[in-house]
Design a protein around this ligand. Structure first.
Ligand code: HEC
Ligand code: HEC
Length: 365
């Protein structure tokens, strides 16, 4: 008898203490939100065409992501459950500073109107086929020091020791931290990103550690404010060739395609005659570019532009991907009969990391 009583006590203790702790790691329930407005057939058609023209290069034909520069998936369930509209709309509009993701809104020098960016956001949502969840906008509280330890152990291998991003998005990115809510970040950590390398940590990490690492990531946001560039006038065809009195450079191209930052810098110093093409979305040309470069984004209709680009001058194209957009433009130019063509091997971030100069946009205070 006594033995059984003891056992009952032990069981009672189990239910009182162990179960509540265990329930702490059980899946959280979220309320569902109604879908945002539905696109008309015409709006959906334009959005699909815009996706093809502007996004496929990095995010892929089927929105699968990781085609170039580890651009994230644009069809994962958790992203579209938690991110619509703002966590999707804002990166499309303004980009993520310091990454290959540029801004596509006309206001910052991009090719799309605000209406088109909204429609593309909703089109991506419709394509994902998921329901939105109702996330709180409250801060997530946690122990930041504890979270830093979790981060180094569980996250740094993909997201980088300092959140700079290696094979995964830059979690220390100030423009992302400024725009994404704590709950959006926690939702990604809990549920992962389906069909991508991002694992779901719910059940793997304690609920407290998920909060700790969320609080740690949040603590790295430094009251970032978006700097607004005063849009520069785009160069006109008479400005396309730089150093018109100089000689063509004599590049020895690697793989018959690539010129290094060091060689390009020498050629610029020697005042060689060249055409420099910045093949990124024009908004990032507005932010910073190599002096003399003209914005010929990867989605340009080259056949319409080439009449203004001479065939006998050395052309060098660059992007930040670090080469995908530039390679695509150079291959098209070669098909159009341009022989003196090259891609900058390290891209503009590599160029800047070597300390070579760029022109910055004028910033509105
Ligand atoms: C040159 C490559 C490139 C192109 C072109 C590009 N993106 Fe991106 N995109 C990226 C990268 C890289 C990131 C991740 C940046 C980071 O580290 O935060 C990203 C991030 C995003 C995000 C944030 C996703 C998330 O999980 O938080 C969205 C939304 C997005 N892109 C949409 C688009 C859309 C829509 C287009 C076309 C209009 C587009 N991108 C064009 C490279 C690109
Ligand atoms: C095996 C590699 C890997 C590990 C480990 C990993 N991640 Fe990720 N993470 C990714 C990838 C890849 C993505 C982008 C997925 C996509 O394509 O949408 C991502 C996306 C995210 C996002 C969404 C970012 C956004 O803007 O949408 C967050 C937040 C995140 N990870 C946090 C973490 C945290 C915190 C940890 C550690 C507890 C972690 N990750 C561990 C690979 C990883």
């Amino acid at each position: 008898m006594l033995g059984i009583q003891k056992q009952t006590h032990w069981l009672a203790a189990f239910f009182m203490f162990v179960i509540p702790i265990a329930s702490n790691v059980v899946a959280q329930e979220y309320d569902k939100l109604p879908p945002p407005r539905t696109l008309t057939a015409e709006q959906a058609k334009v959005a699909a065409a815009n996706y093809k023209k502007y996004c496929v290069l990095c995010h892929g034909e089927n929105r699968q992501g990781h085609v170039n520069d580890h651009a994230p998936s644009l069809r994962s369930k958790s992203l579209f459950e938690s991110g619509v509209p703002h966590a999707i709309l804002r990166p499309i509009s303004f980009g993520r500073e310091g990454t290959a993701m540029g801004g596509y809104l006309d206001e910052v020098g991009g090719p799309m109107t605000l209406g088109e960016v909204w429609n593309l956001t909703y089109w991506l949502f419709e394509q994902s086929g998921v329901e939105r969840v109702d996330l709180s906008t409250e801060a997530v509280h946690g122990d930041i020091n504890q979270g830093a330890g979790v981060y180094q152990k569980e996250c740094a291998s993909c997201h980088g020791k300092n959140g700079e991003g290696i094979t995964a998005p830059a979690l220390g990115n100030q423009s992302a931290l400024a725009h994404n809510t704590d709950e959006f970040i926690r939702y990604a950590i809990r549920h992962g990103r389906q069909d991508t390398p991002m694992p779901a940590f719910e059940g793997k990490l304690s609920s407290d550690d998920i909060d700790n690492v969320t609080a740690f990531l949040r603590s790295r946001g430094k009251n970032w404010t978006m700097k607004k560039n005063i849009l520069k006038k785009l160069p006109t065809p008479d400005e396309y060739v730089i150093n018109t009195d100089g000689k063509n450079p004599d590049f020895k191209l690697a793989e018959n395609l690539y010129v290094s930052s060091a060689e390009l810098y020498e050629a610029l110093k020697a005042k060689n005659k060249m055409v420099l093409l910045d093949t990124r979305v024009t908004s990032v040309w507005q932010t910073a570019h190599i002096e003399g470069a003209i914005p010929i984004p990867y989605y340009s209709d080259l056949k319409a532009i080439v009449k203004d680009i001479p065939k006998d001058v050395q052309i060098v194209a660059y992007c930040s991907c670090p080469r995908a957009a530039a390679d695509s433009v150079i291959h098209q130019l070669r098909e159009l009969g341009y022989k003196k063509t090259a891609t900058l091997y390290e891209g503009i971030f590599g160029w800047m990391n070597f300390g070579y100069p760029v022109m910055h946009g004028d910033i509105q205070e």
